[in-house]
Design a protein around this ligand. Structure first.
Ligand SMILES: [Zn+2]
Length: 236
C-alpha cells in the first residue's frame, strides 16, 4: 500500500504540471496571435477550489510554468512567484456559477473591441465565428477587479461560451483550455473579418439555420484540437 500512497501524489503532480504547461502554451499562442499583449490572462480549474492562472506581471511571450500561480474561488492567492492579475475576479465569478467550465480566457483584443466601441453588434460572418454567436455584451468598460463586477459579468455571460465587454475586451470559456483558446481565436478572427467587410459594405450575416449548421459541423473536439495544434506548432 505504501507504493500506492507514494504513487498517487506523483501522478497528481504530473497532471498539475501538464495543465500548467497547457496554460503556458495557451497564453503564448494568444500573445503570438496578437489577442493578448502585456495584459490578459487565462486560467484552468484544478479542482473544487483551486484555479491556475498566470501572474499579472509576466512576459506573456516567454511564459513558463513558474509564471503560473494558484487562487481560490474567492480570488485569494495561495502561492506563486508574483501576484495574480487584478482581474482574477473575472475568472472566479464565472467558475462560481458555471460548474462545467474548466478554463477561461480573458483578453483585450483589438478587432472585437473595436466593434463594441462603435456599437456594432458581433455578427456571424465567418463559419468558425458563428460558434459563439450570439455574443452577450457587458455594457461597461470597467475592469473586472472586484466581486460585484465579476458577478455582473457572469450574469451577462449566462450559459454562453463567450461574451464581449464594451470598450474593454473579450472572454471565452470552455470545458478545457483547448476549447477556451480556440473560441477566443475564432471570435477575434470573426470580428476582424466583420470589421474589414464593414469598410467596403454591409457584411453578410449567417442565417439562424446557417449558424446552426456551423455549430453542428464545427463544434467538434477534434477540430478544436486541430486549431490548437496549428498554433502550437508555431511556438518555438
Ligand atoms: Zn480586462
Amino acid at each position: 500500500m505504501a507504493h500506492t500512497d507514494m504513487a498517487q501524489p506523483a501522478t497528481h503532480d504530473t497532471a498539475e504540471t501538464e495543465l500548467k504547461q497547457q496554460l503556458v502554451d495557451c497564453i503564448r499562442m494568444l500573445e503570438q496571435s496578437d489577442i493578448i499583449d502585456y495584459n490578459g490572462h487565462a486560467s484552468i480549474r484544478l479542482d473544487d477550489n483551486r484555479i491556475l492562472i498566470n501572474i499579472g506581471a509576466c512576459q506573456r511571450s516567454r511564459l513558463t510554468v513558474d509564471d503560473i500561480c494558484t487562487i481560490d474561488l474567492e480570488a485569494n492567492q495561495n502561492d506563486g512567484k508574483g501576484f495574480a492579475p487584478l482581474e482574477r475576479h473575472l475568472h472566479c465569478g464565472i467558475y462560481r456559477v458555471r460548474p462545467e467550465v474548466k478554463a477561461i480566457v480573458h483578453a483585450h483584443p483589438k478587432w472585437s473591441t473595436y466593434l463594441t466601441m462603435a456599437g456594432q453588434n458581433y455578427l456571424p460572418v465567418y463559419a468558425q465565428g458563428a460558434l459563439v454567436y450570439p455574443v452577450p455584451l457587458l455594457d461597461s468598460p470597467n475592469a473586472i477587479n472586484n466581486r460585484p463586477m465579476a458577478d455582473r459579468l457572469a450574469a451577462t455571460l449566462g450559459n454562453r461560451p463567450a461574451a464581449l465587454l464594451k470598450s474593454h475586451g473579450a472572454v471565452t470559456v470552455g470545458k478545457d483550455i483547448v476549447e477556451a483558446f480556440v473560441l477566443a481565436n475564432y471570435m477575434e478572427e470573426n470580428a476582424s473579418r466583420q470589421y474589414m467587410a464593414l469598410q467596403i459594405g454591409k457584411p453578410y450575416a449567417f442565417s439562424d439555420e446557417e449558424v446552426r449548421l456551423c455549430r453542428e459541423k464545427l463544434w467538434n473536439p477534434n477540430l478544436f484540437q486541430r486549431t490548437w495544434d496549428h498554433f502550437r506548432a508555431k511556438l518555438e
